[in-house]
Design a protein around this ligand. Structure first.
Ligand code: FAD
Length: 455
């Protein structure tokens, strides 16, 4: 069946943008999911790289008519196998659609789905503005960021991707092109279909263009590394900082062994020699005085809660180095990781969750490196590959962590989504009725079940 449509696809996007040879599409058959958790790609797939939404519309009309699965693909940085083509079908990459237009008057960016986060950050900065969120891999593309509703470190002050999206152009599985929202800060016109698309993980439509809200550039920023001997003291400080009326851009929690490993992997040195556990706090403000004053208050609060002497990085280079080391933890550990979780609990339960994870590690005699977005209640426990212990061990361990998060009022995923590797865990935290409603929505948008059908 796939062979039969190759020529139709060439007619739509042009000869050069249809890839049929397996060896030329290897990179599109995987994503950043750890190898042992990653689903297998299907045998018969074709890769297409359309230039615009009109071409995507034609591809989806064809696929709908022939009932052929379509797997939208962004930067391939997903951690739950979302973009992997697990059925014979079409991989649709948006990589050629990467135009960015900045609307200074409205302080918005109009961005095609294939532009990377790196490119968007740069474009905003060049226009003297800021796109605040920073999910850890700048190779992620705008379409992927939106349908995964990505979070990341810098969510404390202004929120996750959803908080920035004001408009979307989307091609529905039937091929119709719809514009949802616009350059609007307020819009209460009917059900909010735009927000339904955000976080839909490529099951309801293909995002082709996004309108993002931008912010004024910060006048100054500083990054504090706050060392602690005791992990509980570190976690318990977080609400105290927020209750003092200071909302930093980011508050991250990391541990000595993992952060040092990440630094070493980059050929860099973690700048803090003291302590076993660290908070990384990014402070941003209109000017250096404001940033100093907030940093001082944060240092004071941390020291009142038993921290050791905080380090302050002020230069852009030093701050970038710290964020790089933090963002690289996953990559540094990746060869030994069986699965990376992103369980999320009410922020005040973060310490309790970490205690239960310690108990689970003891019970399973397992090493579970853990770090996360401390002010968001969002933790990344890593299930590691262990010799002599197979997938069954990984599954049991994972389920215990999921149950612990749910018992504490949490969910199994706060960032990475369900993808293709968490489907069987979905009913742990969603009711039958919720799943039924979601299935109904999927049928309405995608009557032929062609878009990411396995999900
Ligand atoms: C080192 C590292 C750090 C990370 N840090 C974070 C983090 O801090 N916070 C966080 O939330 N995530 C993080 N991630 C996960 C990942 O970067 C995000 O989920 C990101 O949003 C995926 O975007 P992508 O373009 O790579 O999507 P892909 O992996 O290509 O695809 C992901 C899903 O989106 C669908 N999709 C892609 N493009 C479109 C489109 N245009 N229309 C419709 N569907 C589409 C795909 O079908 C798939 O289901 C990290 C990943 C890595 C490797």
């Amino acid at each position: 069946m796939i062979k039969e449509i190759e020529n139709d696809l060439r007619d739509i996007v042009g000869e050069d943008w249809v890839v049929t040879k397996r060896e030329q599409m290897e990179d599109y058959l995987i994503d950043e999911t750890p190898a042992s958790a990653r689903p297998q790609p299907a045998a018969e797939v074709v890769l297409v790289k359309p230039a615009d939404s009109q071409e995507i519309s034609k591809i989806l009309k064809l696929a709908s008519e022939k009932k052929i699965p379509v797997f939208p693909r962004g930067g391939g940085t997903g951690l739950v196998g979302g973009a992997i083509p697990t059925k014979d079908g079409i991989i649709l990459s948006t990589e050629r659609m990467e135009k960015i237009e900045i609307d200074k008057e409205n302080m918005m960016a109009i961005v095609e789905a294939g532009a990377t986060l790196e490119k968007l950050l740069k474009a905003a900065e060049e226009a003297d503005m800021l796109f605040p969120p920073h999910p850890g891999d700048e190779g992620a593309q705008v379409g992927g960021l939106v349908v995964c509703n990505a979070g990341g470190a810098r969510a404390v002050k202004y929120g996750i991707i959803r908080n920035y999206v004001k408009g979307i152009e989307v091609v529905l599985p039937t091929g119709e092109i719809v514009n949802l929202g616009g350059k609007l800060l307020k819009n209460n016109t009917g059900y909010n279909l735009m927000h339904l698309m955000i976080g839909s993980e490529g099951t309801l439509g293909i995002i082709t263009k996004v309108i993002f809200r931008l912010y004024p550039k910060f006048g100054a920023t500083a990054t504090l590394i706050v060392p602690y001997e005791n992990r509980h003291d570190a976690i318990n400080t977080v609400p105290k900082i927020l209750q003092r009326g200071i909302i930093p851009l980011a508050i991250e929690y990391v541990e000595k062994d993992t952060i040092e490993k990440s630094a070493e992997h980059l050929g860099k040195k973690w700048p803090c020699e003291e302590g076993n556990a660290f908070l990384i706090v990014i402070v941003a403000g209109t000017g250096i005085d404001e940033v100093y004053s907030e940093s001082e208050k944060i240092s004071e609060t941390c020291q009142e809660n038993n921290s050791l002497e905080p380090l302050i990085a002020e230069s852009r280079e030093e701050q970038d180095r710290i964020l790089d080391i933090r963002s690289n933890i996953y990559t540094a550990l990746k060869p030994e990781i069986a699965d990376i979780l992103d369980v999320t609990v009410p922020p005040a339960n973060m310490g309790k969750l970490m205690d239960v994870i310690d108990k689970i590690a003891e019970k399973f005699n397992a090493y579970i490196p853990t770090y996360g977005h401390a002010a968001d209640g969002n933790l990344h426990p890593h299930v590691m590959v262990e010799k002599g212990k197979g997938l069954d061990h990984v599954k049991k361990l994972k389920n215990e962590i999921y149950k612990a998060a749910i018992d504490l009022g949490g969910v199994i995923t706060g960032e990475h989504g369900i993808g293709k590797i968490r489907i069987e865990d979905l009913n742990l935290c969603l009711s039958e009725k919720e799943i039924q409603l979601m299935e109904g929505i999927k049928k309405l948008f995608d009557p032929n079940n062609i878009l990411n059908p396995i999900k």
